[in-house]
Each structure stands twice: as C-alpha cells, then as structure tokens.
Design a protein around this ligand. Structure first.
Ligand code: NAD
Ligand code: GLY
Length: 359
C-alpha cells in the first residue's frame, strides 16, 4: 500500500492506494468519530461490494446504515439527495455519523454534498470504485449535484477525512467506464506533467487491458498531481482551475445531450480536443501537437469530437458553467503540452468555429 497526503492544515487527509485496501477496515476506524456510519452506494455497486464492506465494519463493532441509490448521472439531483437525508434522519444519524461514499464520482459527489449539508457538516470518507473517481473526483473535496440547467451547479467544498483506493475494485468496471476515466488521467499529463503524458503514450494499451501494475502507477501519479494542486489551491482561486481543461466544453455536451447520454469522461475528451483546437488557433499549440494529443485519445477509444449541437445553444450552456467572471468566458487552454493556463481572451467567433468544426 502507498499513502499520499493532501496537505490542508487541520483538514489534511491521507489517500491510501493498494490492492486489498478495501479489506483494511483498520485504516478506516481511527477516522470515525462514533461507531455509527452511513454507507452510501448505488444499485450497481451494492451487489458487487456493499455486503463485504458492511460486514467488515460490523465485525469491527460499527453500526452500519446502508443507503442504496439509483444508478446514473441523471439521478445526481435534489430528489436523490433527499433520499440520503431521509435515510439519515430515519436512522437517527447524528452530526458525528460518518458518511462513507462507496462508488463512482456520482456517489462520491452526492454523498459528499449530503455530508456537507447534513446537520451543517458531517464527516465523510471516500471509497471510489471507478477509475475516474480513483484518479480525480474522490480527492479534493468538490461535492455537488446537477441542476437541469447546468452541471454540478449546486454544491460545496467539503473535504473527506480519508480516501481508500483499491484498484482491485476496477475488475468489474465496464470498459466504457474505464476509458472515460482515462480522459481525466490524460488531463494531468496535458496540464502539468509531461513525463506522465509520455508514460501514458507508452502504456495506454496496458491501462486499457487493466494491467494491475500500470493501473496502480497511473492512479498513484494522478492522485499525486491532484493532491499537489488541491493543497496549493483548495478553493480554486488559481491553479486548481487548470483541472477544468476541456470541462467547460464538456459540461455543455453533458447538459446539452441530457445527463447520462455522454459519460463525463467522454465529454471531457471531446471538450479537451476543442480546447486544444482553440489553443492552436490562438497560436500556442501547433498542428502536430494537436494531432499528438488526438492520437492518444483515439488510442484510448475516446471521442475527439463533440455531438451535433447548435453552436448558439452550446455557447449558452458554456456561459452557464461556473467559469464566467466579469462577463468573460474563462477557458483552460494549453500554452504547450504539459502546461495549461486560464485565458479569457479567446474571441467568441473562434470558440464558435471550434465548436462547429469539432462537432
Ligand atoms: P459514475 O459514478 O456514474 O460511475 C460510472 C458507472 O460505473 C456507474 O454505472 C456505476 O454504478 C458503475 N460502477 C462504479 N463502480 C463500479 C465497479 N467497481 N464495477 C462496476 N461498475 C461500477 O461515474 P464516474 O465516471 O465515476 O464519475 C462521474 C461523475 O464524477 C460526474 O458526475 C462528474 O461530474 C463527477 N466528477 C467530480 C469531480 C470532483 O472533483 N468532485 C471530478 C471529476 C468528475
Ligand atoms: N475535477 C476538478 C477539481 O477537482 O477541481
């Protein structure tokens, strides 16, 4: 097992990564303020992992409230959040009851937001079970639900007390979900970590084949990148915004197509290629660099173009994302491969043309 730390002063926490970590209830116990925990998962993950997880906690004298939610991005909303609150209140959970998210990014974001709100803030622990959640969403304390008009519009920053990552849990992950997770892995290479990108170019097929050593390394390196960024900029005043490469385009794709039609990682891949194309138009990337990035996404069988969406509607959705400041669209673009920056000067006409040419 390897351990990384997210250094946030009194809110610092560990990320334990390793095969079999899910069985290590001893790692979890010191972080519980009381023996009662709410284990939150969904209908897909429950038959795979819930029973063993709950049993181990009960054997360690924990009182476990199991909360099983419907599966899917389209359920990342108020109604499902309310299901969590209903169960917490019905089972007399308290402010010290730890909420444990067992699932992908949807469960992690919702359980985390429930924890941020329940009795004005309950502790929570992340046990991510998708690649995307293991490399990105479980770390950093961003929690949210979607609004019909925009992705992750309602949320809070609420850091977990602990993140437990067991790559073995990815064995049952469908291939499409694995590929979606790779979009966020590639992101770290593009925005700040050229050696990691080069490693990905050498090893992407191993990752697609779920090679355990390659997966472990990619998860570790991604979490290291993310932990460094979050420690430097917890509330996204600066560097953390770079993690949104491709996301403003991507969120517009997700919302425009209807949540759940395009997977988050798929939308991020297509959105990243739009951001790359815009970076080329502004003179930062050259055509060869755009081709190089596209080739990696293609090898990961990820989309490099968005769906057909009316450009006006697309831009309207981008405008609603959380990236507008002083009425200017702030986009993460690549100054070169391995170095991203937030830029406001992209002309609307160029953005429109990129959307049209990449859809
Ligand atoms: P997801 O949570 O919908 O999981 C994908 C699918 O895999 C679901 O059907 C799920 O039930 C299933 N699944 C989960 N674990 C499994 C396993 N071990 N075996 C088999 N199936 C399994 O999607 P995701 O890609 O994990 O997360 C996407 C969400 O994360 C989006 O809502 C996105 O906005 C959010 N996100 C948040 C952050 C953040 O910083 N908070 C960062 C990136 C993405
Ligand atoms: N995934 C974006 C962030 O955590 O900031």
């Amino acid at each position: 097992m390897e351990t990384l730390k997210v250094d946030l002063g009194p809110r610092s926490y560990s990320i334990h990564i390793g095969s079999g970590v899910l069985e290590r209830v001893d790692l979890l116990l010191p972080h519980l303020a009381q023996p009662k925990v709410a284990l939150i998962t969904n209908e897909t993950v429950a038959p795979l992992l819930l029973a063993a997880c709950a049993r181990r906690l009960r054997e360690a004298a924990c009182q476990v409230v199991e909360i099983i939610l419907p599966d899917g991005e389209r359920f990342k909303n108020w109604q499902t959040l309310d299901q969590i609150f209903n169960a917490l209140i019905a089972h007399s959970c308290e402010r010290d009851t730890t909420l444990i998210a067992l699932g992908g990014g949807v469960i992690g974001d919702m359980a985390g937001f429930a924890a941020a709100c329940f009795q004005r803030g309950a502790p929570f622990i992340q046990i991510p079970t998708t690649l995307l959640a293991q490399v990105d969403s479980s770390v950093g304390g961003k929690t949210a639900i979607n609004h019909a008009l925009g992705k992750n519009m309602i949320g809070a920053f609420h850091q977990p007390r602990l993140v437990l990552i067991d790559p073995d849990s990815l064995r049952s992950l469908p291939e499409r979900e694995l590929r979606a997770g790779l979009a966020e892995v590639i992101k770290y290479g593009l925005i700040r970590d050229l050696p990691f990108l080069e490693w990905l170019e050498r090893n992407i097929e191993k990752l697609l084949a779920k090679d355990p050593a390659a997966l472990l390394w990619a998860i570790h390196r991604s979490c290291r990148d993310k932990a460094e960024i979050v420690a430097a900029d917890e509330r996204e005043r600066g560097e953390r915004a770079l993690l949104n490469l491709g996301h403003t385009f991507g969120h517009a794709i997700e919302a425009g197509q209807g949540f759940g039609q395009w997977l988050h990682g798929e939308a991020v891949a297509a959105g990243t290629m739009m951001a790359c194309e815009l970076s080329r138009r502004l003179g930062w990337l050259d055509a060869g660099e755009v081709d190089r990035i596209q080739a990696l996404f293609e090898r990961a069988a990820l989309p490099v173009r968005g769906p057909r969406l009316d450009p006006d509607r697309f831009i309207e959705l981008m405008w609603r994302d959380k990236k507008v400041r002083n009425n200017r669209l702030r986009l993460v673009l690549l100054e070169r491969i391995g170095q991203a920056a937030v830029r406001e000067e992209a002309p609307l006409a160029d953005i429109r043309e990129v959307i049209a040419s990449r859809s």
